[in-house]
Ligand binder design. Structure first.
Ligand SMILES: Nc1nc2c(ncn2[C@@H]2O[C@H](COP(=O)(O)OP(=O)(O)OP(=O)(O)O)[C@@H](O)[C@H]2O)c(=O)[nH]1
Ligand SMILES: [Mg+2]
Length: 338
């Protein structure tokens, strides 16, 4: 159904698809609701927006204070260099991987559907950290009603499968289909390219989640690479793939580097005038982010009082004076002046 949205609306929509922070998303939703043409054809969309706004508002207010908890937390605010969800069929080793990478002690058991609720944790890779969310398994036997909400703020997804399981192919397909029913499409492209052509109507809130197929339990197989090739052939999707073992740690270093590259992480080290830079704890930004994004990350007051910055790095000469819209690159050292 044509909704005839304006270019202004599309611009905000595009931003909405990019941001993951619930408060920012809420602000953009309000803006979209203001901009959307108010006619019969968009009523459904307007209603969906209001529902989404309600969900985000509830999420931001957190669990009820006092004795009455409203239930376990099912969605998490992104932290670190990006949020990545671990999803997949039962017993594939999601929790074992999560525990190994984050030290979460997520319940990893020999029986399926051991995980009842999502568990957050931080996966350190060099001097950055990714937020990994262990998600209960996807299977028709144990539907998880909120799983669509849990993956909403993720920048990417690890589709964890058990390479040694005889029904690996059908289980993997079932996971993909279950998420599709929840309006979440696992896609192969991590570049964040805009595919806004076929939308603005009924599929407005479909989420396209960049996916890496993680073939776990490689330690149980003689030739995991050959096995993985067969799997790729049979599931008939073109996700990037990696073979790993949560038990031996095989492939996990590579996983960290892979996420670093694909999420286009940019590490920026800050310094105070007249002092040495802090080379231990970078701020993590992403490709395309600018000096003012860094200032926002430090503190909104720093951003508000920003005058200029000096940058040392591969794209600038030492101590080059730059303005707020200067794009930062990995390894830059930045001194902000207010
Ligand atoms: N040999 C081997 N076993 C593994 C590996 N990863 C997980 N396992 C075992 O597989 C079983 C399932 O692991 P879990 O981590 O509970 O799997 P899950 O995907 O979280 O499963 P749910 O219970 O459905 O949440 C456990 O017995 C683990 O010890 C691996 O890389 N190699
Ligand atoms: Mg689990």
């Amino acid at each position: 159904m044509p909704t005839n949205v304006t270019p202004e609306f599309r611009k905000v929509q595009k931003q909405y698809r990019k941001v993951r922070e619930p408060a920012e998303r809420l602000a953009l939703l309000k803006e979209m609701l203001r901009l959307i043409p108010k006619h019969k054809g968009t009523e459904h969309l307007q209603a969906e927006m209001r529902t989404k706004m309600k969900e985000l508002t509830d999420e931001l207010s957190g669990p009820a204070r006092g004795g009455t908890r409203t239930g376990p937390q099912v969605a998490f605010r992104p932290e670190g260099a990006g949020q990545v969800v671990l999803v997949g069929p039962p017993n594939s080793g999601k929790s074992a991987l999560h525990d190994r990478l984050t030290g979460s002690h997520a319940a990893s058991e020999a029986y399926p559907f051991a995980s009842q609720f999502p568990v957050p944790g931080m996966f350190r890779h060099g001097d950055v950290a990714f937020q990994l969310i262990d998600v209960p398994s996807l299977g028709t036997e144990h539907p998880v009603p909120y799983v669509g909400n849990t993956v909403q703020h993720a920048s990417g997804c690890l589709l964890v499968v058990d390479l040694s399981a005889p029904d690996c192919v059908s289980r993997t397909r079932a996971s993909i289909d279950l998420l599709a029913e929840k309006n979440v499409d696992l896609i192969a492209d991590w570049s964040g390219g805009d595919d806004l052509e076929a939308d603005a109507s009924d599929d407005f809130f479909r989420l396209a989640l960049p996916t890496l197929l993680v073939a776990n339990k490689a330690d149980l197989i003689e030739d995991p690479m050959a096995e993985l090739e067969v799997l790729e052939e049979l599931i008939d999707v073109s996700y990037p793939t990696i073979a790993v073992s949560a038990v031996t740690g095989f492939g996990l270093d590579e996983l960290g580097s892979w996420l670093f590259d694909q999420l286009q992480v940019v590490r920026v080290y800050t310094k105070i005038p007249g002092h040495h830079p802090d080379t231990e704890n970078p701020f993590t930004l992403h490709h395309g982010d600018t000096v003012i994004d860094l200032a926002e990350l430090i503190h909104k007051d720093v951003a508000a009082a920003f005058s200029h910055a000096r940058v040392w790095g591969s794209n600038t000469f030492d101590g080059q004076r730059v303005g707020r819209h200067h794009q930062l690159v990995d390894g830059d050292i930045v001194e902000i002046h207010t």
